[in-house]
Design a protein. Structure first.
Length: 130
């Protein structure tokens, strides 16, 4: 779990360096935190022999965060909707729901083994208004 803090701190610094406002920095940091926790807890099932891999990138258009685990894989379409009445008291699906609500884009890719989740936060254009 010590990986969570390191990746979260790096994401926060990247967002800060990109000039995001404090509320956007919080959103990015929270989403990345949740993705890394999911990778360690659900993906790798706390297996000390499995690793997570994180890539944090800043382009002129976006901040891109890729988090990979070495687990059995994830089928995002099978994650229950946490807002559905029958799921309100269940503990599953909330992390992905939160990530999707905090980021501009969220994509999944199956690996052999594991899952890669890509979080994208678009940066505002620095072009002056016409």
């Amino acid at each position: 779990m010590e990986s969570v803090g390191r990746v979260e701190a790096a994401a926060e610094q990247l967002a800060r360096d990109a000039g995001l406002k404090e509320d956007e920095i919080f959103r990015v940091t929270m989403a990345v935190h949740e993705a890394v926790v999911n990778a360690v807890l659900h993906g790798n099932a706390y297996d000390p022999d499995k690793r997570i891999h994180a890539v944090l990138e800043r382009t002129t258009e976006a901040l891109i965060f890729k988090i990979c685990d070495q687990g059995n894989g994830l089928k995002p379409q099978e994650i229950p909707d946490p807002l559905a009445a029958e799921n309100l008291l269940r503990g599953t699906g909330r992390g992905i729901f939160l990530i999707r609500s905090l980021m501009d884009e969220v994509n999944f890719r199956q690996l052999e083994p594991g899952t890669e989740i890509t979080l994208i936060k678009h940066l505002n254009s620095t072009k002056p208004a016409a």
